[in-house]
Design a protein around this ligand. Structure first.
Ligand SMILES: NC(=O)c1ccc[n+]([C@@H]2O[C@H](COP(=O)([O-])OP(=O)(O)OC[C@H]3O[C@@H](n4cnc5c(N)ncnc54)[C@H](O)[C@@H]3O)[C@@H](O)[C@H]2O)c1
Length: 430
């Protein structure tokens, strides 16, 4: 099948469609004329309730979002509630829809969440690794030509003291040469789950001839796409707390409510970043230019690199243009990470496919700060200011205080975190 015919109108499963990126992606692909099946088990809303966290921008339920989208655009989205760790449910989806492509966002994606305690670490790895394995088997047995587009993270690589390549490294060792997966030294049990996924996907491509694109994505920012702008009911989530929010989101909210920007440690931690509109574009490019059969293609999906100090400075400068002064405060780093290091990651493949990046300019930051300022009253100052998980000892007093308020643990009853895990038991548990 050529990429042109693939691009015309495809049946695409968007897994994790209720999430921050999954919801705008669902609308984007629907706008482009694809048949989109939106799948999620709504776990993220339960994890929020467990930890007392929430989206600063109010978000609607999936049925409400889908109804509003259809009413405004006349484009259909088919919504299915399903859990990827439930193989029978995954298999039914593949048997029913025979998708040409799957865009897979449906994982537990917080590093601090995976570091709370043993249960959260085990849960994260089983949820993510078993969910992805189930997908690989469903593709092999139901639709072997299906293109798996899987969201990984730049955090899989860690911060090596050499340039980071796109997935593979040409190595010469003791006089012999080979091209091997790039070495990975990730920084949390969450990031490790993505590394395990990558190894499983690479294996399935080699052995079963599956076609896959593994997107090592940088940190995504922004909430505005042309589709979320259509109506407040189509908003996507915005997280600002220390478990789900990014440093940039935290800084935008701190600036909006006039609090000092809290930098973890020295602030030299450097990562790749991209605008959510570029995430839409990158995934669309991957979809329209599919990997070959047996190919496990890896793209580093980000557009710019920043250190945490540079982000704090950008937010301060944005506020200074309105005559506002912003303090920056360095607090003890709850994570275990290098705070000053070399970082140079390649990100050429998506540019070669035609990506035209949006850069993190003052306009974007100003609009994000302006948007969150409207919801300043919803900001919980403790969730905003205090990290609730440390890498050395797990969930601290803030986590305990908020999870006690949240009631029963969203994962505590899960069969996955007890010895003797099986898929059938997991089905009942999650
Ligand atoms: N947001 C970022 O900056 C960023 C950066 C790099 C990579 N990523 C990756 O992109 C993907 C999407 O991120 P996001 O920020 O939208 O996350 P999110 O938490 O907002 O969304 C993930 C969605 O997946 C669903 N989900 C989780 N486990 C599931 C399961 N077993 N079955 C069905 N649904 C399940 C959740 O309910 C949630 O709605 C994740 O895989 C994440 O690791 C995100």
């Amino acid at each position: 099948m050529t990429s042109a015919s693939r691009a015309s109108s495809l049946t695409v499963l968007v897994l994790g469609a209720d999430g921050y990126i999954g919801w705008p992606m669902t609308m984007h692909l629907s706008r482009l004329g694809h048949r989109v099946v939106a799948v999620d088990n709504l776990a993220r809303r339960r994890w929020d309730r467990e930890g007392g966290t929430y989206s600063l921008l109010p978000i609607k339920s999936m049925p409400q979002r889908v109804r509003r989208w259809q009413e405004l655009t006349k484009n259909a989205i088919e919504w299915r509630r399903a859990d990827l760790t439930d193989f029978a449910a995954v298999d039914r989806l593949f048997a029913e829809f025979k998708p040409a492509a799957v865009v897979h966002f449906a994982e537990q994606r917080s590093a601090p969440f995976s570091m709370i305690d043993r249960e959260h670490a085990v849960f994260t790895q089983v949820n993510n690794v078993a969910g992805t394995l189930n997908l690989l088997f469903a593709i092999r047995d139901r639709v072997p030509d299906c293109h798996l587009i899987k969201l990984g993270t730049m955090g899989e690589y860690g911060t090596p003291n050499i340039d980071i390549e796109e997935g593979y490294l040409d190595i010469e060792h003791n006089g012999r040469r080979d091209r091997l997966p790039f070495p990975k030294v990730p920084g949390s049990f969450y990031h490790l789950s993505k590394v395990h996924d990558s190894a499983n996907i690479h294996f399935a491509c080699r052995v079963w001839g599956i076609r896959a694109t593994d997107l090592n994505q940088g940190v995504v920012y922004g909430v505005g796409t042309e589709d979320t702008a259509l109506h407040p009911d189509l908003s996507t989530r915005f997280d600002f707390d220390s478990i789900w929010g990014t440093a940039l989101n935290r800084f935008c909210v701190q600036a909006a409510v006039g609090q000092p920007l809290t930098v973890y440690g020295k602030g030299g931690q450097t990562r790749g970043y991209l605008d959510i509109r570029d995430t839409m574009a990158c995934i669309t490019l991957a979809l329209e230019n599919p990997a070959e059969r047996s190919e496990c293609r890896v793209f580093n999906q980000f557009t710019e690199q920043f250190s945490i100090n540079q982000l704090a400075e950008l937010v301060s400068l944005t506020r200074a243009q309105h005559g506002l002064e912003t303090a920056v405060s360095h607090i003890p780093n709850p994570r275990f990470e290098t705070e000053s290091h070399y970082y140079n990651a390649k990100h050429q493949h998506l540019l070669d496919l035609g990506l035209k990046p949006h850069m993190l300019g003052d306009t974007l930051l100003d609009s994000v700060i302006g948007k969150v300022a409207k919801y300043a009253k919803r900001v919980d100052p403790v969730l905003l200011a205090k990290p609730s998980v440390t890498w050395k000892s797990g969930g601290n007093e803030v986590w305990k205080q908020y999870s006690a308020k949240g009631g029963s643990s969203a994962i505590a009853g899960s069969a996955m975190i007890r010895p003797g895990f099986s898929q059938t038991r997991a089905k009942a548990a999650v």
